[in-house]
Design a protein around this ligand. Structure first.
Ligand code: SF4
Length: 327
């Protein structure tokens, strides 16, 4: 088996809050608290969970948008988390991002031509002015936008078209990994499907790995290879798409999936309504972090943290139960 493109090992990111008197850090938000996973070349791993679970923080830590508290992020054998700025420049070319909001992630004053040319110039990819022009026009073809639109500015496009420009800008750097951070969440349903189809086509064409961060499991079900479920800063289950949607092993995964509509008209899952709110990441519960809301909680859950363990060949779960009760 070839080594993974991306490895994340025991990643932690704690943010200080309530600096208090004299700038003292009195509390910490445990936004990401020991997360590990891998992504193979050409694979899509979806990182899912409710808002505030830490999934976007994982994405930003991988892109080194801030320094991590501890742990390792390794791209093709090279450490990102402690990379020297000169190494980081090369690594940045190899991993790009598509953000949620195409309205704010594109510079409104720049023409599309300049938006796409910027990363090509920054990373020194074009051999000549003619090569730069060819690359920019080819990118428009690749994301299925008309070449005539190169001289327009972002506000002249629809939301879906703007997200195509965002994808083209990411592709301009010729990356191996793209972090899609809620990349389709702000779009209408039909446009979402078009952008997801485009991402899948691009993945096949260029062998891209995708970290697809989303709270929308209905979209994830149709486009991912594997799913990692996060709750309060930790991964509670990782499995191939088919396995996790057919037979979730973690009570939280089961509750999340119960809210996903079935494709057959009129068909319904039995929705599982969880008690209470998600606890604060400033003071997460002891033992299993899900124990305050879990329908199957027992004594051990309150004191002992369940570690991610292999349940099936490729299905990993962090729960003290050997199997979920039927029903
Ligand atoms: Fe529920 Fe206990 Fe499993 Fe946590 S470890 S998910 S509380 S059964």
């Amino acid at each position: 088996m070839s080594p993974p493109l991306l490895q994340v090992n025991d990643l932690k990111k704690h943010f200080p809050v309530n600096r208090g008197l004299f700038g003292r850090k009195s509390e910490w938000v445990y936004a990401v608290d020991g997360v590990s996973f891998e992504i193979a070349r050409g694979e899509t791993l979806s990182l899912v969970g409710e808002s505030g679970c830490g999934k976007s923080t994982v994405g930003r830590a991988i892109l080194r948008l801030f320094d991590v508290t501890s742990g390792q992020v390794i791209l093709d054998g090279q450490r990102i988390d402690d990379a020297h700025p000169s190494t980081m420049r090369q690594l940045r070319q190899r991993m790009q991002v598509v953000f949620q909001d195409p309205f704010s992630s594109l510079n409104p004053r720049m023409r599309v031509r300049d938006i796409l040319a910027e990363p090509i110039r920054n990373f020194g990819l074009a051999k000549s002015a003619a090569d730069l022009e060819t690359r920019v026009t080819t990118l428009m073809d690749t994301v299925r936008l008309p070449r005539e639109a190169l001289n327009r500015r972002p506000h002249e496009f629809s939301g879906g078209q703007r997200q195509r420009i965002g994808i083209a800008r990411a592709l301009a750097a010729e990356p191996e990994l793209i972090v899609c951070d809620e990349a389709v969440s702000a779009l209408d349903v039909s446009v979402k499907a078009q952008i997801v189809n485009l991402l899948q086509d691009l993945q096949r064409e260029f062998g891209l790995a995708l970290l697809f961060i989303s709270h929308d499991l209905a979209i994830v079900e149709h486009m991912t290879h594997r799913v990692a479920v996060m709750y309060l800063g930790k991964i509670v289950e990782v499995a191939p798409r088919r396995e996790i949607f057919a037979a979730p092993r973690h009570p939280y995964t089961k509750a999340l999936l119960s809210a996903v509509p079935l494709p057959e008209p009129g068909a319904q899952r039995n929705p599982i309504i969880l008690k209470g709110d998600v606890p604060s990441p400033i003071n997460p519960p002891s033992g299993c972090r899900f124990h305050t809301r879990c329908p199957y909680v027992f004594d051990r859950c309150r004191t002992e943290e369940p570690l991610l363990r292999s349940a099936e060949s490729e299905q990993w779960v962090a729960c003290h139960l050997d199997a979920l009760p039927a029903g």
